[in-house]
Design a protein around this ligand. Sequence first.
Ligand code: GN1
Ligand code: MG
Length: 375
Amino acid sequence: MGMNDRSRLHPGAVAAGFALEGKILRIEPFGGGHINDTFKVQTGSPARPRSYLLQRINRFVFEAPERVMANIARVTAHLRAKIAAEGGDPDRETLTVVPAGNGAAWLRDGHNEYWRTFLFIEGAQACNIAGQRDQAYHAARAFGRFQRMLADVDPAELHETIPGFHNTPMRMGRLVEAVEADPCGRAGQARPEIDFALARDADCALLTDIAASSNAPLRVVHNDTKLDNVLIDTSTGKGLCVIDLDTVMPGLSMHDFGDCCRSAVNPAAEDERDLSKVRADLGLFEHIAAGFVSEAGGLLRQAELDALAMSAKILTLEQGIRFLTDYLLGDVYYRVSRPAHNLDRCRVQFALAEDMERKMDRMRRLVASRIPPRD
Ligand code: GN1
Ligand code: MG
């Protein structure tokens, strides 16, 4: 069963199983993620309103939700302490897990579905497209800070909840299998995209090779640093809180930088059909690099810094490969809202990767210009 089965959604009954303050007043669908089902729950009284974020974890994507939640509990506890020590507000600057009535970080319903609840963070919002360079800067900076604050957690303490998540050669292998099996007879419509991917087979190993040569250590990273996975504080315009922590696990620093570029460098939507709007905006790229490096730069080894620009292209290529694979397999992973939605998304990623190829020398120079000299 793919992820599109939404027949088992009964958020009202589930919300009552969490330790919420006050009476439940209202529950409504919330947010635009491709994976989980999210609701905003309002409780309390008009004089003392409280809000929570309730989510059903996608079981098709996350086979072991307990492990996902163990990672999130570990990481958010660490972040809380760090944020408090730096004089911040832990209730707004990191997610806060609201336990279920039995004290666990999740609740399993009668259909074997897993749910969890976080405090809702008011006065902040996520954006899908970086309208301004400042937004790109502050989002990337928040992701860099996230890595910095977690740099002293041993990655071995976290579960690998989706094995090989950013193993690009493995993703390419799955695409090749999907093309061969072609279970929905869609490969014919996607021939140019399949050829685009196959022509870049050699690129897929660039990051895994750096990791294998031990020049880039495994770190605790977010792994899904899409622009809309950081909340921007409405009053200050600064990055407030990194959200969507499902894929926090051991990974490479370049995965977070690369995926952030993939989503934030492109002034068009992730599913834009007019490909002439899709491009790697170098002004946005420069601001992403500046923001990320300002927080995480000091942690990184030279080989990691040297690979940042290239990681933007690799993560973009990898995402295109993942959308294409899901299109061929019949849209079992990403939520779709129109036929060929995943193929449209793939085309955007490949157009963006191609533009990055044209601009790679300039992107490298822009990253280098943002790295302070070392003794
Ligand atoms: C998914 O959940 P969401 O929408 O933030 C996906 C990411 C992709 C992204 C593409 C667990 O993220 O890896 O980059 O879609 N998450 C998972 O938009 O696969
Ligand atoms: Mg998300």
